[in-house]
Design a protein around this ligand. Structure first.
Ligand SMILES: Nc1ncnc2c1ncn2[C@@H]1O[C@H](COP(=O)(O)OP(=O)(O)O)[C@@H](O)[C@H]1O
Ligand SMILES: [Mg+2]
Length: 328
């Protein structure tokens, strides 16, 4: 079977290939893989990280030469990959992402190449062996999470519709039930690190939420290629007409409502705001409002636990989530 990501890498945008022929080799220096980066990624990869990072600079040099890019800077964001701002031979800004989780990069590249929409970055090149991906840089590319306020309903609806309107999805992707199982398992570990989280969401309630999410997954309203991690940290704002652009997918197959959950729960001032978003968004993405609210209820407890674990947050931020979670 043809891999869409590889096809995309080989052909590439025309100007990009021409520029390579004209300008020849132009590799810049690999930025320092500093302690901040090491701390950020070690939470996810543990002790295997150091040897992988130590072997990385020569691999990056080789990629830079092959893909004709110059390094600008290291982006101090992300939890599963090292991300660089780079420039292509014709001066276009591009982002290079490299991760020890090569399967993740492979699936990310394949999904980005598959989505035929301006709401994801173009894939320039992928190396599945190294676990590296070169994509168009979104400018200015501020993540939603770094902006104040909430995006317009129309921009959220366009993003979701564009992601889900891509015909029959490739069965190679995992089912959303696998993703749900993974997410609940990762969140359950939060109780081990911070046992007093049970005061926020009891373990009983957590387990009921997990069951509800898995039940919803087995009766999908439709089956589409999901982004799978559509959080406000993975949605960038493009300065031009393009609106919201999704990066960093964890593609899987399932109910379109799954991708709307994080955006519906995020920065909701009260339960009414959550139900109003559900009412507004459901018809735009072809979902039943009651079912979309069930999906949100199944994940509201997890969202509350993550907020409480990551930083000091006010009861006002958590209360709407707890109220929605209590419906389960
Ligand atoms: N295409 C892009 N354009 C602009 N910035 C990007 C792009 N891709 C990633 N970034 C920046 O890099 C950060 C981390 O990238 P991401 O793909 O989310 O990594 P991770 O998989 O580690 O979470 C993003 O928050 C964003 O700041
Ligand atoms: Mg990310």
């Amino acid at each position: 079977m043809e891999n869409p990501a590889v096809r995309h890498a080989t052909v590439g945008p025309r100007g990009f290939c021409l520029a390579i022929l004209v300008f020849g080799v132009a590799s810049g220096r690999v930025p320092d893989l500093d302690d901040e980066l090491r701390r950020r990624l070690s939470r996810r990869f543990g002790s295997t990280l150091e040897s992988w990072l130590d072997a990385l600079p020569p691999r990056l040099d080789a990629l830079a030469e092959r893909w004709q890019i110059e390094f600008d800077s290291l982006v101090q964001r992300g939890t599963v990959s090292v991300v660089f701002r780079t420039r292509t031979a014709d001066g276009r800004p591009a982002v290079l992402k490299v991760s020890p989780d090569r399967r993740r990069i492979r699936e990310e590249a394949a999904a980005l190449a598959r989505w035929n929409t301006i709401h994801v970055p173009t894939v320039f090149a992928v190396d599945e062996h190294v676990g590296a991906l070169l994509i168009e840089s979104i400018e200015p590319g501020t993540a939603l999470v770094d902006l104040t306020g909430y995006p317009t309903f129309a921009s959220v609806a366009s993003l979701l519709r564009a992601l889900h309107a891509n015909g029959m999805p490739d069965p190679m992707y995992p089912q959303v039930a696998n993703r749900i199982a993974y997410l609940f398992e990762s969140s359950r570990r939060l109780y081990e690190w911070k046992p007093d989280l049970v005061e926020l969401i009891s373990q009983d309630s957590f387990e009921r939420s997990r069951e509800l999410a898995l039940q919803l997954a087995v009766r999908p309203a439709a089956t589409v290629l999901l982004h799978g991690d559509l959080t406000p940290a993975n949605i960038l704002v493009d300065g031009a007409e393009r609106g919201l652009v999704a990066i960093d997918p964890t593609p899987c197959l399932g109910d379109p409502a799954f991708d709307a959950i994080d955006l519906i729960l995020w920065r909701a001032e009260n339960v009414e705001a959550i139900t109003a978003r559900v009412e507004q968004l459901a018809p735009a993405i072809g979902a039943e409002p009651a079912r979309l609210l069930d999906w949100c209820a199944a994940f509201a407890g997890m969202a509350a636990l993550e907020l409480a674990e990551r930083r000091e947050c006010s009861p006002a931020e958590i209360e709407p989530l707890l109220a929605v979670a209590s419906r389960v």
